[in-house]
Design a protein around this ligand. Structure first.
Ligand code: ADP
Ligand code: GLC
Length: 477
């Protein structure tokens, strides 16, 4: 049995802003079947502390953690073994995990997340009674200082893995704060954590962890190219031998159309979607239409290509298609989407975050659109596959790895599951939307694609095994 400490800033269902939380929340259960025991270390945000409740007991006292006292408490929540850092000076704040009420990053985010790595290193050094991990699995820049803090604390007998969920978020900190973060100035070099005159908490992990992973094989290759590496492609090329792309799965108990309590009419075959579609149209105030009912469930950012969608939308509408969108993010995109909804009967928009609604949308739609400019893995296209909601996606990252494009040959062989387009620009998306409408009109072909998607395995089994092998490799040193 391997013991792994997973270290992350979010974890579904306790605290979530995106797919990172889904992965951190779902992987431990999948790893259990591989003989791996995972404890998940999280910041003690109010929601996390509330979920652990009175059952939690103090395991570790830390008198001075980046500006105040802290303790580590343990408990169970949502089937996960959680270790939470209770440090009110860092985490006892309402709102999301990263932003203040005005939507700006908290100025002390570097310290708030450095604390996560510091405590992870303490635990790896044996500070908890009765449990020590053989591997630390760190996620994204928020846990990027793990290897540096292990070195600082003189702990060397633990393996380290850093998973890159999105290289666009790098945790940049002015260089003068380096020692406040308990970092070694000797590593402030190009080969260390220096990044154009600043400290990059992500680069710290990229240059010091034993192994690196990212969340799809295609993104692993893309990361080594300047177009996708966000200035870190050189580092990725240097570490190519230690980099693996392991595809995310989805939590297929939560996302199961046959037993989903959040949808009006659970189903196991595409035709079972009809009742859900009718309910969805009613909920969004959309009438009957000749074309496909498309959905988007997404953060509204440049990454997600929402601006491309706004530009390409007329093509869908001219063919009698409809769009129902749920998302939040850039104010300008929210406004543009609301304008589109006001201008067209066949467009409906909900600005906000709503997990239950996202299930109803997945069940009721014909197609999910994911026109991302880059996408490390992406989860919503996999929910789409499972729900018989044909994904139309850009050919990048995990979107390339999870969808089988409806090329003439794939259609002829009956194996297509979705549509892909590239480059990720408005023209490409327009063409893809028009292909979608053709396929939708050719009824049986579209239904075959829905069936193929529903039959495709999108769970964690294979990837959990890949992580377990990696833990064996780094933990065996
Ligand atoms: P990313 O992590 O880049 O945002 P992913 O596709 O990996 O992209 O994960 C996004 C996750 O967040 C999915 O579980 C998706 O359903 C969910 N999500 C995104 N926006 C919303 C929203 N507005 N309401 C409900 N769920 C959302
Ligand atoms: C990031 C990526 C997304 C990925 C998720 C989980 O948020 O943007 O593509 O699915 O992490 O790994």
């Amino acid at each position: 049995m391997r013991d792994v400490l997973s270290v992350a800033s979010e974890c579904a269902p306790l605290v979530k802003t995106g797919g990172l939380a889904d992965v951190v929340g779902a992987l431990p259960a999948a790893l259990k079947g591989e003989g791996v025991r995972v404890l998940t270390l999280l910041p003690g945000y109010p929601k996390v502390m509330a979920a652990l409740g009175a059952a939690s007991g103090t395991l570790l006292d830390e008198p001075e953690l980046f500006g105040g006292p802290a303790r580590v408490v343990a408990g169970q929540a949502a089937g996960l073994d959680i270790l939470a850092i209770e440090a009110p000076h860092l985490y006892a704040r309402e709102c999301g995990p990263y932003l203040d009420p005005e939507g700006r990053d908290w100025p002390d985010n570097p310290e708030r997340f450095a604390a996560l790595s510091w405590i992870a290193a303490r635990i790896a050094g044996g500070a908890l009674p009765g449990w020590r991990p053989s591997v630390i699995h760190a996620h994204d820049w928020q846990a990027g200082l793990v290897a540096d803090h292990l070195a600082k604390q003189g702990v060397s007998d633990v393996g380290t893995i850093l998973t890159i969920h999105n290289i666009a978020f790098q945790g940049l900190v002015p260089a003068h704060r380096l020692e406040d973060l308990r970092l070694d100035p000797g590593r402030y070099t190009q080969g260390g954590f220096e990044y154009w005159g600043q400290v990059s908490m992500l680069k710290a992990g990229l240059t010091a962890c034993d192994k690196l992973t990212t969340v799809s094989p295609t993104y692993a290759n893309e990361l080594m190219r300047p177009e996708f590496g966000m200035g870190l492609d050189g580092v990725m090329r240097e570490r190519r031998a230690d980099l693996a792309g392991i595809l995310n799965g989805i939590d297929d108990a939560t996302w199961n159309p046959g037993e989903d309590a959040l949808i009006p009419a659970p189903y196991t075959r595409p035709r079972g979607k009809a009742a859900n579609k009718a309910a969805l149209r009613e909920e969004f105030g959309l009438g009957e239409a000749a074309g496909p009912l498309c959905i988007v469930v997404s953060r509204l950012t440049e990454q997600k290509g929402i601006d491309l969608l706004i530009e390409a939308l007329p093509v869908l509408l001219e063919r009698g298609g409809q769009l129902a969108l749920l998302g939040s993010g850039h104010r300008s995109m929210e406004a543009a989407l609301n304008d589109a909804a006001a201008a067209h009967d066949n467009v409906a928009v909900r600005i906000g975050y709503d997990e239950a609604l996202s299930h109803r949308m997945m069940a009721g739609a014909d197609t999910i659109l994911v026109p991302s400019r880059f996408e490390p893995c992406g989860l919503t296209q996999m929910y789409g596959l499972r729900y018989g909601t044909v994904p139309l996606v850009a050919l990048t990252g995990g979107l390339a790895d999870t969808v089988i494009n409806a090329s003439p040959m794939a259609l002829e062989r009956g194996v297509a599951t979705g549509l892909q387009f590239w480059p990720a620009d408005a023209e490409g998306l327009k063409n893809a939307l028009s292909r979608l409408c053709d396929l939708y009109e050719a009824g049986p072909t579209f239904r075959q694609m829905q069936k193929n998607g529903m039959a495709q395995p999108v769970g964690w089994a294979g990837s959990a095994a890949a992580y377990a092998r990696l833990y064996d490799e780094v933990g065996a040193r």
